[in-house]
Design a protein around this ligand. Structure first.
Ligand code: FAD
Length: 567
């Protein structure tokens, strides 16, 4: 028997966690493990509960109404939600033009980690002192340092690596101590060859840190939730153990629409499932709806105590929005070796810092090359080079032009690349995006569910993306490298920074423990808290931070219980 929404509302919870992604599931798991009465509220469906690997007894931990609520979404949005993807639109005003799109983040148990490639890398110690990496970026709001040092984070990195069963080998260039790593899977002949070849040319490749058990026939689940409890997403790793082993509950298909709070204390939330609205109460509220949704929820929770939205007295909620820049790159092997096997395999950080600049990491993407990417490459190349148009429309010699039409010539070109790169390995570069006050996310006043973004893709970011591309071309060989992505690629799933933490309430939304400045029990533990984005994958840092602050939240609940007993 699952819990009914009415029974759920009758319980006064120790903690309500909004969102079950990397931050939410991890912090809720740790609090449930400490014996707290935890309720997760998740806007998306509980897809994992439908998979064969779901453990017995799971249904009893799910809040469900007697009859399923009506779905009022338009067909395209409903289809996305059924697949665990964010259903609503984002309208972005950027210096590159206007965009109107559905963000590629997750809306499901596990959040975006249900779709992620599971690269779980640490930030470098220098990332915790971001201003020193960019001394000339005066227009950015980069702080001198994070309010918590790398040394303070380090034990939580270790705990997160253990929890997510991270596999890989040590990065020889990382200066922050050894990671806790399980053995990685065997390399394909192609990747073994690449590893050797890169090392022989003086680079420092290593086995990328991945949260995946690589069970038989594992393909890394690059296109959605893992059905076999193999990819270490936040649902399999934290949410389901919290429910089954530690008595937590989850309320899926339920959207939190408001945080109820006085000037200093949050009492709980208002949430909605179908047409039914409910008030739920708790000792502490943890917001982990992701860096798009958490600031929007704070801004929408205005009241006489918080006329501009909770935590927004200095107009900082939603600002300092960051993504990552970078490229998708195909590397053709110099020998036609098979790439069959695990795809998320290798990484190198030789250009994380290069020639006095902060660039970023380079790692395998986890996907095979497809014809669409080759077409994209050809289109980009054609657009940026007149030589290509000449070849297609006025080629020499004349007999060749007479014999072939542009379509045939284009076909020959596609064939040439598809053949040459048929064994290619696809990589991604990740370049740090800097925070700017004017880059922000905020609620769309017209469409209730939609979100607006103002974002300037800075010239400075563009320069560093190109600098990394050039370093890679020099190191790996120009002819072997095919840049697949378009110019100015914005890595939307790596969103962060919209409720940054810091010591000073005038320049940050959260304090060093991720509690909203001035409040005693409202925490934000998703990617919003980053004051800088570093040059690598965000998820391990989100998880490590969630484990760091769960002890603080536990103490807050203790104090509230003690006050209740005393008073
Ligand atoms: C395709 C893809 C590949 C990626 N690959 C990697 C990778 O290899 N390595 C890496 O480190 N990162 C990767 N990422 C990014 C990573 O998944 C995110 O950085 C991380 O999951 C963010 O965690 P979070 O807690 O901030 O939010 P999320 O994981 O996005 O979770 C937020 C949750 O909150 C829920 N929610 C939102 N609003 C509400 C509301 N109002 N009420 C209730 N619930 C709500 C959402 O439905 C969602 O489930 C990838 C992302 C994608 C999409």
């Amino acid at each position: 028997m699952s819990l009914t929404p009415e029974a759920c509302a009758a319980i006064h919870w120790d903690v309500i966690v909004v969102g079950t992604g990397m931050g939410g599931a991890t912090v809720g798991y740790d609090l449930a493990r400490r014996g707290r009465k935890v309720l997760f509220v998740e806007k998306g469906p509980f897809l994992h509960a439908g998979f064969a690997a779901a453990p017995a007894g799971l249904n009893e931990q799910i809040v469900r109404p007697a009859t399923a609520p009506e779905n009022a979404l338009e067909p395209e949005a409903a289809e996305r939600l059924a697949g665990g993807r964010w259903p609503h639109r984002v309208r972005a005003r950027t210096n590159l033009g206007e965009l109107n799109f559905r963000v590629p983040t997750g809306c499901v148990t596990g959040g975006s980690t249900a779709h992620y490639a599971a690269a779980l890398e640490r930030f470098s110690p220098q990332d915790f002192m971001p201003r020193s990496n960019f001394p000339d970026s005066d227009d950015s709001t980069l702080p001198e340092q994070w309010p918590v040092s790398y040394e303070e984070f380090e034990p939580h990195y270790r705990a997160a690596e253990t929890l997510f069963r991270v596999r890989g080998t040590q990065d020889p260039l990382h200066s922050g101590g050894d990671s806790v790593l399980l053995e990685p899977p065997r390399l394909s002949p192609r990747d073994a060859h690449l590893l050797q070849e890169f090392a022989a040319s003086g680079l420092h490749p290593y086995r990328v840190h991945v949260g995946c058990d690589f069970v038989r026939d594992c393909d890394g689940c690059p296109h959605g939730p893992c059905e076999r409890n193999c990819k270490r997403d936040a649902a399999w790793t934290c949410l389901i153990p919290a429910l089954i082993e530690h008595g937590a509950f989850v309320y899926p298909d339920c959207e939190v629409t408001r945080i109820n709070a006085s000037a200093t204390v949050a009492d709980g939330i208002i949430c909605r499932q179908g047409d039914t609205e409910q008030v739920l109460t708790s000792e502490a509220v943890v917001l982990a709806a992701g860096a798009f949704a958490s600031p929007v929820l704070l801004l929408k929770s205005d009241s006489p105590d918080w006329p501009r939205g909770i935590g927004n007295q200095h107009d900082l909620v939603g600002r300092n929005l960051m993504f990552h820049g970078g490229d998708f790159v195909a590397i053709g092997p110099d020998e036609p070796l098979s790439g069959e096997g695990a795809q998320k395999t290798l990484a190198l950080n030789d250009f994380y810092h290069a020639d006095g600049q902060k660039l970023g990491t380079f790692q395998t993407l986890g996907l095979e090359l497809n014809i669409g990417q080759i077409m994209q490459y050809l289109r980009e190349t054609a657009e940026s080079s007149t030589a290509w148009w000449k070849f297609l429309f006025s080629p020499r010699p004349v007999w060749w032009r007479k014999l072939t039409s542009p379509i045939v010539r284009l076909g020959a070109m596609v064939y040439f690349y598809a053949f040459n790169f048929r064994h290619a390995s696809v990589w991604v570069s990740i370049v740090e995006d800097l925070p700017y006050f004017e880059n922000r996310v905020y609620p769309d006043p017209v469409n209730e569910h939609d979100v607006l973004i103002d974002y300037r893709y800075s010239d400075e970011l563009k320069r560093r993306v190109h600098a990394l591309r050039d370093r890679l071309r020099d190191a790996l060989g120009r002819r072997r490298l095919m840049v697949l992505s378009h110019e100015n690629k914005i890595d939307f799933p790596h969103i962060s920074g919209t409720c940054r933490f810091g010591e000073d309430p005038a320049s940050s939304v959260l304090d060093r423990d991720n509690c909203v400045h001035g409040m005693s029990n409202l925490f934000v533990v998703d990617a919003s808290f980053f004051p800088s984005s570093a040059g690598t994958n965000p998820s391990l840092t989100i998880a490590a931070n969630a484990l760091r602050v769960s002890g603080v939240i536990d103490d807050v609940i203790d104090r509230k219980h003690a006050a209740m007993v005393a008073g």
